[in-house]
Ligand binder design. Sequence first.
Ligand code: GDP
Length: 314
Amino acid sequence: MALASNIVVLTGGVGGAKLASGLLDVAPAERLTFIVNTGDDFWHLGLRICPDLDTTMYTLAGLVEPTQGWGLRDDSTVTLDALQANYGLEPWFKLGDKDLATHLLRGEMLRRGDSLTDISARLSRELGIGARLLPMCDAEMPTIVETDEYGELGFQEYFVKQRWQPAVKSIHNRGAAAAGVSDAVKSALTAADIVLFAPSNPWLSVAPILAVPGMRDLLAALDLPKVAVTPIIGGDAVKGPTAKIMRELGLQVTATTIVEYYHGVINGFVDDVRNDLCQFDGLRATRLDTLMQDQNDKRALAEAILNWIAEWRS
Ligand code: GDP
């Protein structure tokens, strides 16, 4: 039953792409839609960089560099090296030579007036992806991180340049008031049978998606399984700043905090076997091994989640 469902996944970057890759192994690609965070996007060297869209796209196309989980496999950095050697530009944001092709084409299409939704559809079609890849919206909605040390930082300055070391006071998305849910996102959610929240960073990767005006109401109104997967295992994040940010925001680093954060937009939760099971009124929860270290783990988790949801719906 679950295999014939339309599955919509809200996702960020590397953490979310692991689940995306598992889902692709167990569900028909044409039934999968990924709504991807674009709060990380920025203009750099005249290029429009969309890190989470590209991580998801390269993963789904089987082209991602496996050692880091982002960028293109076997890429080189001749262009960035030349920028540094010839012009002294510090290459703080890594861009591979083959990866540049994506940014060049996307920038050109944006300047021609194409929407990010249409561009993402074209790029993924050309890369042979059967699943649907949708940016959370077409407007620019950059994530701004308010820090103790530096005041407001653009997302990539915080995450890459400062290696997420500054203490976070708050996070918001600039330009949200002028943004809206695209027709493509609206119709994907309207046709959904299951909505999954990937185990992405709730504050940095999923919050921007939920901040698109209209998105929360749309999700809240859906009467179907809306299931988040915990990014917290055994009191810590698997990778990245999720746990650090939670502590800085005065929150407990537990799966319960994640469930509370998603209050109103989820009705199901996949906790990890290493955590105490979260129990809330009106919330269905299960515990699975959510640590995805290899492709078998990714496939097994995706399958277990879909089986659990199928039982619940039957
Ligand atoms: P990233 O910042 O580019 O890695 O992108 P995401 O926001 O998509 O993912 C970050 C989150 O993924 C972190 O909170 C991690 O704890 C979580 N994560 C990464 N790998 C795994 C995993 O194998 N299992 C679970 N449950 N969470 C994971």
